[in-house]
Design a binder for this molecule. Structure first.
Ligand code: ZN
Length: 373
């Protein structure tokens, strides 16, 4: 998740907002202040509607955050560190450093979210029905928040992985089958069927009832389908590389280039070897790495008299890993930080290999095609 900015820390957990969230915040404030509130409570000034719209949107935002904090606090309690909470267009996500290691743990961490939303719905609903006077703008705002929290609790319980309901479903299958990967596959399959059902229903609604709301069903189904597929391949990815050392999968037939070489020579090497990058080495010292992108930034007419040393990415800005590191961890880090390749070096500074993300992806594809053996 790039394009996010950090707004605060809660109990040491960074809370970030994705730029897409700003759009939804604006749209929500706009529709609340321009159409929802004027319909519910008539005759107030535009400023009051705007204040109500923005405040309600902020409360919705706080509700989503509280839902994620519900997951996070229970996760921390279960000994699972939380990397960060990100709020984006369709809600939020609390990124765990690791998956729960038992079905019981997963069940507790997962149920905490919808239960938090349900509790918020009950509290705000009670406030509306027992304390506030219906028809006033504050009451209607609270009622709106109550309904959204109820919808959040119910929607998240739909058993389509990776929604909370799908995770609960997985933890139950996992509990009885004792196999997490298998349980995930079943949960994802079930979720895919549900999402296809939602999409089908969407088409029916559009074509037979002429109601464009069907588009939302299709969209939602598609999003859930995609999310299920990607979380499944992430899991396969972790299984493929868990316990595998970097030295097992790095490429070792290294072609290096000297920092004194000209960019003309470098271009020849790129054409000849078809690699995307070369480690820059002089004698036994590694200076960094040079990529096709580095080369592209220099105008062609300067290539004959520019050296590789001028354009390389220095070692301190390159990801350097130990051959004994865990391949899965390294790959996750490269994926999240959007790093294309890393140099593999021994403690003493000897260059022993190169690890690139595209090579990894090929390995995963092979693994998925050839099965689980
Ligand atoms: Zn949740």
């Amino acid at each position: 998740m790039n394009n996010s900015f950090r707004i605060t820390y809660i109990k040491g957990i960074p809370v970030e907002i994705h730029v897409s969230w700003l759009l939804i915040f604006f749209l929500l404030s706009l529709s609340l202040s321009q159409s929802y509130f004027p319909l519910m409570v008539e005759g107030l000034s535009p400023q009051v509607y705007w204040i109500a719209g923005i405040t309600t949107s902020l409360l919705i935002f706080a509700s989503v955050l509280t839902h994620e904090l519900g997951h996070s606090f229970v996760a921390l309690n279960e000994g699972i560190p939380i990397k960060k909470i990100t709020l984006f267009i369709f809600g939020g996500v609390a990124q765990m450093e690791a998956e729960p290691d038992s079905p019981g743990s997963e069940f507790k961490v997962t149920i905490a979210g919808p239960l938090t939303s349900l509790a918020l719905a009950v509290v705000t609903g009670a406030l509306y029905y027992l304390v506030l006077i219906p028809g006033q703008i504050i009451s209607e705002a609270i009622f709106f928040v109550a309904r959204i929290n109820l919808i959040m609790a119910v929607f998240n319980l739909v058993p389509a992985f990776p929604l909370d309901g799908g995770r609960l479903f997985r933890s139950i299958v996992w509990f009885f089958g004792k196999n997490m990967l298998k349980a995930t596959r079943i949960a994802v399959l079930f979720g895919s069927m549900l999402s296809f059902f939602a999409m089908g229903l969407g088409f029916v609604v559009i074509f037979f009832q002429g109601d464009l709301w069907g588009i939302w069903l299709i969209f939602l189904g598609w999003m859930i389908y995609q999310a299920g597929q990607s979380s499944y391949s992430q899991l396969v990815f972790k299984e493929t590389f868990s316990g595998v050392k970097v030295s097992k999968i790095m490429s070792t037939d290294l072609k290096t280039i000297s920092p004194d070489a000209t960019l003309d020579q470098l271009a020849d090497d790129f054409l000849h070897y078809k690699y995307g990058a070369f480690p820059v080495v002089y004698g036994s010292t590694t200076h960094g790495i040079v990529t096709l992108q580095n080369l592209k930034q220099v105008p062609r007419e300067k290539w004959p008299h520019t050296t590789v040393a001028r354009i390389l990415t220095p070692l301190k800005e390159t990801m350097v890993i130990n051959p004994d590191s865990d391949a899965a961890e390294v790959m996750m880090k490269m994926a999240t930080q959007n790093i294309g390749r890393a140099l593999v070096m021994e403690e003493n500074g000897d260059l022993v290999g190169l690890l690139s993300r595209t090579d990894m992806m090929r390995l995963i594809q092979m693994h998925m095609v050839l099965g689980e053996e």
